[in-house]
Design a protein around this ligand. Structure first.
Ligand code: AMP
Ligand code: MG
Length: 486
């Protein structure tokens, strides 16, 4: 395999971990790589040579046909509770090129997803289809624009090799950029298949990488657990506030860094419905919108279990401490969520009535099947004529109540509207738009709509005229299902 330099600053600290955590693995070369989409802005932030990456040699790296000089590619091992069932997993179709040091001295993983078979591929071909890779690119970049912590997408390359699913599909490789790929499932793997020392090595690694300040704490492991709980409470609150449904909150798809990871059958909701599920495989509704906070809590309990041996030598004591920390999650989540909801409603201060004010609005939205994003936009723009919900008695009563609440605060109307504009996105990647863009890209090699969506999602809080036009809810609103991106 050819080696290339060009501004890559790749470290391989993960390979200092015990061998059970990874397998050295090169990406498998592909026949005819073609660069379909490339994230100039992210490349610049990474300090990479964008002209080079767009050249044939650069594309070879993005396709897995060449690796950067100094790279020591690996596939990572992990397990996971998939829909509650514990399974051995690992990077079955992803290869970690290494940890790139950015000009700002941030360390990020550069991973190729769809890069061929690994030791963890089980029966799979190690490949990914173009549609799902473009989907991950679009949604992750949209999440970034929305201000939600997420892995990023640098490029999608088509491979020139069809992959066999129910029908032959175009193969593709996504370059994913992440704070790290440490998952709850990585800890579960260490606890299940490793020794005490392995779990400790992993926790020390995670602390050094994400929370180095905790090394000075009296109980670094417990503090680490607390931090992960805090990050997840904040993350999932952000999902709820923008109406994002992850779809597959398995423990292997929960990152220790607090970034959203693994975009499969995820979606943003149009009509507000707490029970909404998008994934075709989630028949029980385990990962429904309203279940996301309790599921995050459940996943964190699995992390706590995996870390018991580090928390206290006495297992009973360790369990007690873990349980105590976990108890904080619902409150932490609720604080983030309430603050976010207050901001969406232009409320600067806290009043005891806020809880009921917010819940009532959501209940009315549910009863009248209102569009989640556009209800808040109607309030933001003071434009209460477009949607049915605004002409209902329920809403009118609520609206009076909200105005009374708003009048109680000292801030001006302009200040309130600014707060609302900064917290209510003008655009979200609506399902019908995402699908339309993917169909054009996959069926007609036309990436215009993908580019357009990405452009509009760069700053969803800008409220430009073109965004307002694009923001319209689908007509007619229909059920929407996403399928696992395999
Ligand atoms: P995901 O649904 O992407 O979170 O993947 C769940 C597990 O299945 C992970 O261990 C993946 O690496 C593995 N996997 C998914 N697709 C493939 C594939 N085409 N070949 C091999 N492994 C795969
Ligand atoms: Mg996954």
């Amino acid at each position: 395999m050819t080696k290339q330099q060009r501004n890559w600053h790749l470290a391989d600290s993960y390979t200092q971990l015990p061998h059970i955590f990874y397998k050295p693995t090169n990406p498998t070369p592909v026949k005819a790589p073609k660069l379909l989409i490339f994230n100039e802005e992210l490349a610049a932030w990474l300090g990479l040579d964008t002209d080079f990456l767009r050249s044939d040699q650069g594309i070879d790296v993005l396709a897995g046909n060449a690796v950067p000089e100094g790279a020591n590619p690996i596939a990572q091992a992990y397990t996971g509770h998939q829909f509650g069932m514990f399974t051995m997993l690992g990077d079955g179709r992803a290869v970690l090129l290494g940890e790139h040091n950015t000009p700002q001295h941030e360390r990020v993983d550069i991973q190729l997803k769809g890069a061929g078979r690994t030791n963890y591929s089980r029966g799979g071909d190690g490949r990914a289809a173009l549609g799902p890779m473009l989907r991950e690119y679009m949604i992750s970049e949209a999440m970034h624009g929305l201000g939600v912590p997420t892995t990023r997408s640098l490029a999608v390359v088509s491979t020139g090799e069809p992959i066999m699913r129910e029908t032959p599909l175009t193969g593709a490789v996504l370059t994913r950029v992440a704070k790290s790929h440490l998952r709850v499932g990585t800890f579960q793997y260490a606890a299940r298949f490793g020794s005490f020392d392995d779990v400790k090595a992993l926790a020390d690694y995670a602390i050094d990488r994400h929370y180095p300040e905790l090394n000075n704490k009296l109980h670094p492991y417990l503090s680490f657990f607390q931090e992960v709980i805090k990050e997840q409470a904040s993350l999932v609150a952000k999902w709820q506030l923008v109406g994002f449904i992850h779809g597959v909150m398995n423990t292997d798809n929960m990152a220790i860094s607090g970034e959203t990871i693994d975009y499969g059958p995820c979606a943003f909701m149009d009509t507000y419905d707490p029970r909404i599920v998008f994934s075709s495989i989630d028949v029980q509704g385990r990962y429904a919108y309203s279940n996301q906070p309790p599921i995050a809590h459940w996943n964190l309990a699995r992390l706590g279990e995996a870390m018991l041996s580090l928390i206290d030598e006495d297992e009973d004591q360790a369990v007690k401490q873990v349980e105590k920390e976990l108890e904080a999650f619902p409150r932490l989540f609720n604080d983030h969520w309430m603050n976010g909801m207050r901001a969406k409603l232009g409320l600067f201060n806290e009043e005891p009535e806020d809880d009921s004010l917010i819940t009532s609005l959501l209940d009315i939205m549910k009863t009248h099947k209102a569009d989640y994003t556009n209800t808040f936009l109607g309030l933001t723009y003071d434009k209460l004529d477009d949607a049915t919900i605004f002409s209902t008695d329920d809403f009118r009563k609520w609206h009076k109540r909200w105005l009374r609440r708003v009048e109680k605060q000292h801030e001006t109307d302009e200040e309130r509207k600014d707060l609302m504009r900064c917290n209510n996105p003008a655009v979200i990647p609506r399902n019908h738009r995402v699908e339309e863009a993917l169909t054009a890209a996959v069926d007609n090699d036309d990436l215009t709509l993908v580019e357009e969506l990405l452009h509009l999602m760069k700053d969803p809080y800008a409220h430009t005229d073109e965004q307002i036009e694009y923001a319209k809810a689908p007509i007619p609103e229909g059920p929407y299902t996403t399928y696992c991106g395999t």
